[in-house]
Ligand binder design. Structure first.
Ligand code: ADP
Length: 193
């Protein structure tokens, strides 16, 4: 059985995490942010070390360990009764993050919608990320060079996924609106089940 999923897409700072958290408290949506799963690892474990090494440079963790960790997280969430694949829609934030990951997950995910939080204003993204850095202890939010590199990584590795999923699935959402308006735009089509 494939997991019914919607994907939140957009550059770092576009608001995927904010929207994912809100959607995740609505009954029958289960939010999974891949970055949060990585951040929950102890940094003295082998994978925790790999995560710190890549994320502090603003780069993606290699696909193999990423998919492995994510699959384990989903299995555990099912086992402990947090996620019921028969009833719930997965809200994925940060995975798949490149075409190779999408291919690996092709037989696992039933992608019913891709919500592309579109932010044209580069400076807005940087401001949002820097504001977040003050609230959360994130190594990859720490300096401007790493932030710029993450945005570039997004453009070169993640943005091509929009083409991969195609026009039928992708919803273009204006990310420079208030969070409530962005949520409204997502729910207009995501709440159809
Ligand atoms: P952001 O969207 O702000 O860049 P995330 O919290 O989604 O932040 O991710 C933080 C870091 O975690 C990424 O820069 C990357 O190093 C790693 N990461 C998260 N998800 C993935 C993924 N699917 N594949 C590879 N690396 C990932």
């Amino acid at each position: 059985m494939k997991y019914r999923s919607i994907l939140l897409f957009g550059a770092p700072g576009a608001g995927k995490g904010t929207q994912g958290k809100i959607l995740g408290v609505i009954p029958h949506f289960f939010h999974c942010a891949c970055g949060d799963v990585f951040r929950s690892l102890r940094t003295d474990t082998p994978l925790g070390k790999v995560f710190v090494e890549y994320s502090s440079r603003g780069e993606l963790v290699p696909d193999g360990p990423t998919i492995e960790l994510w699959s384990q997280f989903i299995k555990t969430s099912i086992q402990i009764g947090k996620y019921n694949p028969e009833l719930d829609t997965l809200v994925l934030d940060g995975i798949p993050r490149n075409v190779a990951q999408a291919e690996i997950l092709r037989d696992v995910l039933d992608v019913v919608g891709v919500y592309y939080l579109h932010c044209n204003n580069f400076e807005n993204l940087v401001k949002r990320i820097q504001r977040r850095a003050l609230k959360e202890n994130r190594l990859d939010d720490a300096n401007l060079e790493v932030i710029r590199h993450r945005i570039k990584t997004y453009e070169s590795e993640t943005a091509p996924l929009l083409k991969h999923y195609g026009l039928k699935l992708v919803h273009d959402i204006e990310a420079d609106q208030t969070p409530a308006k962005v949520l409204g735009d997502i729910l207009r089509t995501a709440a159809t089940r």
